[in-house]
Design a protein around this ligand. Structure first.
Ligand code: MN
Length: 197
């Protein structure tokens, strides 16, 4: 059961001008695709070959000798999750259950935005900022490189990729501007509500 690269849930140019078709051509077509290829090469002929992506991540998360498998598997999962977290004409103030939970656990939507953007801006080097649910509370966390809330028993609700490959062609060094646009114009709150269950 080989792991496959899922199609983007929108056209390659659908997020312009925030995220260009060129960025998605490389980010999805080259980076995400390379993690899929690397993972399949690493698990081929091993006991992991018959497992699904989540099972692979959990099986190797605490095994330092399998760091290569973990990094590629987690990056496949993180990227698929990220594509689902964004959509054309998304962003802005959420509705539904997530809106209530954000107000309850952060005090206000503005406070949530401030904390989420701070997490993304202060992740040193490559990584991810996340809205997660843990112990019945919404929290913001950041992870380095390929690390993923899935490996820490946390339920991921929303993520933003802050690896430079996610924004450099469109924003160069202005990561905070990418985060501002991400919240204002891209977040797929329907998906976040769905994750809340
Ligand atoms: Mn990425």
């Amino acid at each position: 059961m080989a792991i496959t690269l899922p199609s983007l849930p929108f056209a390659q140019d659908a997020l312009e001008p925030v995220i260009s078709a060129k960025t998605l051509e490389f980010h999805h077509g080259k980076h995400h695709n390379a993690y899929v290829t690397n993972l399949n090469n690493l698990i081929q002929g091993t006991e992991l070959a018959d497992k699904n992506l989540e099972e692979i991540i959990l099986a190797v998360a605490k095994d330092a000798s399998k760091a290569g498998v973990f990094n590629n598997a987690a990056q496949v999962w993180n990227h698929t999750f990220y594509w689902n977290c964004i959509k054309p004409s998304g962003g802005g103030i959420p509705t539904g259950k997530i809106a209530e939970r954000i107000n309850q656990d952060f005090g206000s939507f503005d406070k949530f935005v401030e904390e989420f953007k701070a997490a993304g801006a202060t992740q040193f080097g490559s990584g991810w900022a996340w809205l997660i649910e843990e112990g019945g509370k919404l929290k913001i966390v950041k992870t380095a490189n390929a690390d993923t809330p899935l490996a820490h028993g946390q339920k991921a609700l929303l993520t933003v990729d802050v690896w430079e490959h996610a924004y450099y062609l469109d924003f160069q060094n202005r990561r905070p501007d990418y985060l501002t646009e991400f919240i204002a114009k891209l977040v797929n709150w329907d998906f976040v509500n769905q994750n809340l269950g």
